[in-house]
Design a protein around this ligand. Sequence first.
Ligand SMILES: Nc1nc2c(ncn2[C@@H]2O[C@H](COP(=O)(O)OP(=O)(O)OP(=O)(O)O)[C@@H](O)[C@H]2O)c(=O)[nH]1
Ligand SMILES: [Mg+2]
Length: 267
Amino acid sequence: MGYAQLVIGPAGSGKSTYCSSLYQHCEALRRRIHIVNLDPAAEHFDYPVSTDIRELISLDDVMEELGLGPNGGLMYCMEHLEDNLDDWLAEELENYLDDDYLVFDCPGQIELFTHVPVLRNFIEHLKRKSFNVCAVYLLDSQFITDVTKYISGCMSSLSAMVQLELPHVNILSKMDLVKNKKDLDYYLEPEARVLLSELNQHMAPQYGKLNKALAELVDEFSMVNFVPLDLRKEKSIQYVLSMIDNCIQYGEDADVKIRDFDPDADD
Ligand SMILES: Nc1nc2c(ncn2[C@@H]2O[C@H](COP(=O)(O)OP(=O)(O)OP(=O)(O)O)[C@@H](O)[C@H]2O)c(=O)[nH]1
Ligand SMILES: [Mg+2]
């Protein structure tokens, strides 16, 4: 069995930086981890790339040969990946060991986790290969600077949740940029009543009903909880990683092995 994090989130939310910090963190702990680049548009990396979609297809070639723009070109590349799950990806996965831990650094185009089936099929493939997979959704901390951005961030995360149907960890990235930490509690544990009054203050009266529905959605399902991540702090990375590990049951087998060995038992 393998373990996998699918790192997703809007463009520029800090996915690749997170992958690189995670790599360093694990390296210091001598923990084996592999980062896979799934972004055909990526150009430089701060982590060793273990498998690279650019070996399958190049965005530049696609744009040039098919006359596509950057976003259309990216979608084409991802569809090409989808068509090659059973050969290219399957062959790449053969390079890993049974218990390996893979982190997939995904592109930021929101289409990928709203309506096109690429990632869904990708996940199905990983599951068939006995991977425990979890979605790690990164949202930039600038989304918590006002309530309308916050709601919009929640909705985009929610759309990934319903679309991908995976265990899902929401992370608020770039916490080093948050000046007023007090504002934070308010968004980390949102209360429908407070969200609603804030939304109503921001928006014209005809949105009242919609605001109420949105605030209740976020509150009642308590599905969109964000864990703050400050990459300057080792403890913060450690905490986020432990939550994700828990989600994909990483380390549980190891626990079992330790528990099986009972030093007090007579034999
Ligand atoms: N201050 C601060 N900046 C960050 C942090 N993480 C990422 N950034 C910056 O945010 C920008 C985007 O970061 P990336 O890691 O490339 O984001 P991404 O989500 O991989 O972007 P795409 O792959 O283009 O969707 C870069 O300029 C990073 O230096 C952080 O924790 N703190
Ligand atoms: Mg990136």
